[in-house]
Design a protein. Structure first.
Length: 225
């Protein structure tokens, strides 16, 4: 039996959530972890990275094609480029594996310090969009959202940052890895179909949902176990 399809037109980007993961891609709960929800991003651009398939081509002694075949390409990962117009010190320090600069009591993050070395911290990245046009609400009148999730992101590098007579935008580039089952159970289940089981080689999830995005706040929170 054919699936009844859902059609939706994505527009804008309204919310971004960053959740700290451990080295195995599992969300960190309690005070050791970090959750930040922001609207202060300009864009998130995804570029899939493929490995070309091996090509087999051979001619006969007379010059005619004898073998002409090419394997399918292989998707390796997603490259993500994010631009921020608002700098959340906790989120940026996590994403670029920097040291957050803090002061006072309660401890307040005021900046970050970037050192040489390998960016080894990991996080999940979620972005919510509006649905444009007549499909903005479901048949019962509840608003719909587009939910984008990259459940396991890291290897994040700093991009350009310009100080001039104008606004400054901070740019990062990062790479995805495959999702973990723990991420789905602890984070994504609220925004994905009930009973979904992740294939553990999945890098990007896109879903139409009526579950509202999380609340935007400058102060970071933690993930409850």
């Amino acid at each position: 039996m054919a699936t009844v399809s859902t059609c939706a037109t994505p527009i804008k980007g309204t919310h971004m959530r960053v959740i700290e993961l451990d080295t195995c891609g599992v969300p960190i709960t309690g005070t050791s972890g970090l959750v930040v929800v922001t609207r202060g991003f300009v864009q998130v651009q995804m570029e899939p990275q493929y490995e070309d398939g091996t090509e087999f081509f051979e001619r006969t002694a007379s010059g005619l094609p004898c073998v002409n075949q090419k394997d399918d390409p292989t998707l390796k990962r997603m490259n993500l480029t994010s631009q921020f117009c608002e700098i959340n010190t906790s989120a940026v320090a996590l994403m670029i594996s920097a040291r957050e600069l803090t002061t006072g009591s309660p401890t307040t993050g005021t900046g970050f310090a970037v050192s040489e070395g390998n960016p080894d911290r990991r996080y999940s990245l979620e972005v919510w969009q509006e649905v444009a046009g007549a499909g903005a609400c479901d048949p019962s009148g509840v608003q719909r959202f587009i939910y984008n999730a990259w459940p396991n992101v890291g290897a994040t590098q700093l991009g350009s940052y310009m100080v001039e007579n104008g606004r400054s935008t901070l740019e990062t580039t990062s790479e995805s890895r495959a999702a973990t089952a723990q991420w789905l159970d602890m984070v994504g289940a609220d925004y994905l179909p009930a009973g979904l089981e992740l294939d553990l080689d999945e890098h990007w999830l896109w879903n139409v949902t009526t579950t509202e995005p999380p609340t935007i706040a400058c102060n970071p929170t933690t993930l409850v176990a």
